[in-house]
Design a binder for this molecule. Structure first.
Ligand code: PMP
Length: 419
């Protein structure tokens, strides 16, 4: 017999469970931007699986490819053996993503999740430079395994277990930069001063918009200065595009707008297009210095994910429609968020594209708005070191009417809290 309660989760599942505490429903099905619970409630999804569902739930075109593949007994798991599904993905990725942008990255499949991609990037950087340190930024989030955790600038997430990488530094993120010219003097001086005994780092790892860290968005000029600084000192630049990539901020890669070309790029979350686990590490061709088998993993060949990933690139990235929709919906979203900001002293707009939200001075407010939104049928998350930001991250395919519907609920929830 199936229970309709949440009791087995409470008695059997670890205390670490988190999102379910904010959204105490048992979900059954989902389509597009709507998600349904077993009690019959319908929710608008302004969360998109933390960025893993950029094309919404069960997109019909992607679903058709997946079902056809399974119906034909397509190979599901394949380690890193050659498969037709992987070949089609690689060819499509080159044709649709890399070639049009003049990029020549070698593609590595490092495992199923974002943190696998980050670990791989860190390992490549150390291996290729022979240096150990990595510079990351305040409030950065790069994943929960120990290497990624070591460059994650959040003491709560470290849970007493993660230590910073030996000698590595945490630098202030763009949000502290207020002027015309970014000031990297501190890094520049440290890196130039070989006499001090401080080694040059292997790499700098950065998010162009801090997804978990409170939707702080780096300005283009800051990213360009950072890239130039890295180049001058032969330090590798890793852009973690796990959350901000795959069109979330408008272009396929979040760094395109700034006009920089990182040495290594981490992609995951929405790359499969269907919420299936998949990640990529993209690296400059000369950084592909692996010996065969030097970086292994069982789940490097999730063929159903390759199938939906290929279908997603073909469906959404061969014309400009998705970029246009992100631009238009982002505008609509900002207008909606301004209505909330107008009701709260000191509240500010954060983010870029469809990774945007509102930061509140009173850190309790965002969580209360999240709860009020849930009661009204909207799934929306909080972000930031104290959970002080209401974070809106709908599917990139969301229509004007769906966005309006979600925003009405969000504004109503915020009004109830801010009354
Ligand atoms: N990097 C960034 C920027 C992320 O947002 C996340 C996940 N929130 C990760 C890495 C880790 O990805 P995963 O949870 O799939 O390991």
């Amino acid at each position: 017999s199936t229970s309709t309660t949440t009791s087995v989760f409470e008695t059997r599942e670890s205390q670490v469970r988190s999102y379910c505490r904010e959204w105490p429903a048992v979900f059954t099905s989902a389509q597009g931007v709507y998600q349904y619970a077993e009690d019959g409630s319908r929710y608008i999804d302004f969360f998109s699986g933390a960025g893993a569902l950029n094309y919404g739930h069960n997109h019909p075109e992607l679903k058709r490819h997946l079902i056809d593949y399974l119906a034909g007994d397509g190979v599901t798991h394949s380690l890193d053996t050659y498969t037709v599904a992987k070949r089609e993905f690689l060819e499509t990725f080159e044709e649709v993503v890399l070639a049009p942008r003049g990029l020549d990255y070698v593609v590595q499949f490092p495992g199923p999740t974002g943190t696998n991609s980050v670990e791989t990037a860190l390992k490549i950087a150390r291996k290729c430079t022979g240096r150990q340190d990595v510079v990351s930024f305040t409030n950065a989030f790069h994943g929960m395994t120990l290497g990624s955790l070591a460059v994650t600038g959040n003491s709560m997430k470290r849970a007493g277990a993660g230590t910073p990488l030996y000698h590595s530094s945490t630098a202030p993120y763009d949000d502290y930069f207020d002027g015309e010219t970014p000031d990297f003097m501190w890094l520049e001086r440290t890196w130039s001063d070989s006499g001090s005994g401080l080694d040059l780092p292997a790499a700098v790892i950065v998010e162009t918009v801090q997804g978990e860290g409170g939707l702080k968005a780096a300005r283009g000029v800051w990213l360009r200065e950072l890239a130039a600084l890295c180049r001058r000192h032969d330090v590798l630049l890793i852009v973690d595009d796990v959350q901000a990539g795959c069109g979330r901020t408008g272009r396929f890669f979040s760094f395109e707008e700034a006009g920089i070309v990182p040495d290594i790029v981490c992609l995951s979350k929405s790359i499969s297009g269907y919420g299936l686990p998949m990640s990529l590490t993209l690296m400059r061709r000369d950084l592909d210095q692996w010996e065969p088998g030097e970086h292994n993993g069982t789940f490097r060949g999730h063929n159903p994910a390759f199938v939906t990933a290929t279908a997603a690139l073909r469906t959404f990235w061969t014309d400009g429609a998705i970029e246009q929709n992100v631009a238009a919906r982002a505008h609509q979203l900002r207008d909606g968020l301004q209505r909330i900001i107008a009701r709260s002293d000191g509240a500010t707009l954060r983010g870029r594209g469809l990774l945007a939200g509102v930061a509140f001075e009173d850190v309790e407010v965002a969580g209360r708005i999240q709860a009020a939104a849930f009661e009204r049928g909207l799934l929306v998350e909080t972000s930031g070191p104290s959970g002080e930001v209401v974070k809106v991250m709908p599917a990139l395919t969301i229509t004007e009417a769906e966005m309006a519907e979600g925003l009405e609920i969000l504004v109503d929830a915020a009004s109830a809290v801010l009354r």
